[in-house]
Design a protein around this ligand. Structure first.
Ligand SMILES: [Cu+2]
Length: 147
C-alpha cells in the first residue's frame, strides 16, 4: 500500500514543481544596461518587457531625456540630470524616443521598445525625419516593424 502511494506521488511531483516555477519565469523583471560610448547610446535600440528597468551608464556629460510626443500617451516623460547615471522602470507598452540634451543636435538619441510597439508606432511614422534625430527615428521604425 505504501509503495503504491509513493509511486503516485513521484508521478505528480515534477508537474507540481513546474506549475510552481512558471509564474516566476514570466514575472521576473530584468534590468538592462545602456552604456554611452562617445556620443552614442549603446545599444541604440533596447527591447524590454513591461516592468523591466533600463539603466544608463557612463553618463559623464550626458542626459537621457524623453522626446515629447514620441513616447506612449500614458507615460510621463523623464529628464535625467546631466552627468549622472540614471535608471527608470517602464510599465506601459509602446515605443519611446529619448535624447541627450547636450548632444541632441549631433543626433545623440536612443529608443526603448516596451513589449509590443504598435500602440504609438504611428507617431514615429508621422514624425519629422529631417532633423538630427531623424536617423534614429527611421531605425526605430524598421526595428519595430521587424519584431
Ligand atoms: Cu550626450
Amino acid at each position: 500500500m505504501n509503495v503504491l502511494k509513493m509511486k503516485k506521488q513521484n508521478k505528480i511531483y515534477p508537474y507540481f514543481f513546474l506549475i510552481l516555477l512558471s509564474p516566476f519565469a514570466v514575472l521576473q523583471a530584468k534590468t538592462v544596461t545602456v552604456t554611452v560610448q562617445g556620443i552614442s547610446f549603446e545599444p541604440m535600440i533596447t527591447h524590454i518587457q513591461p516592468g523591466d528597468t533600463v539603466q544608463w551608464l557612463n553618463m559623464n556629460v550626458h542626459s537621457t531625456t524623453s522626446v515629447d510626443n514620441l513616447i506612449p500617451d500614458k507615460e510621463e516623460g523623464w529628464d535625467s540630470p546631466i552627468g549622472h547615471n540614471y535608471e527608470k522602470a517602464f510599465t506601459h507598452e509602446g515605443i519611446y524616443l529619448y535624447k541627450c540634451k547636450p548632444h541632441a543636435n549631433l543626433g545623440m538619441a536612443g529608443v526603448i521598445i516596451v513589449g509590443n510597439p504598435s500602440s504609438n508606432l504611428e507617431a514615429f511614422r508621422a514624425a519629422d525625419k529631417q532633423g538630427p534625430l531623424g536617423n534614429v527615428i527611421k531605425k526605430a521604425i524598421s526595428y519595430a516593424e521587424n519584431l
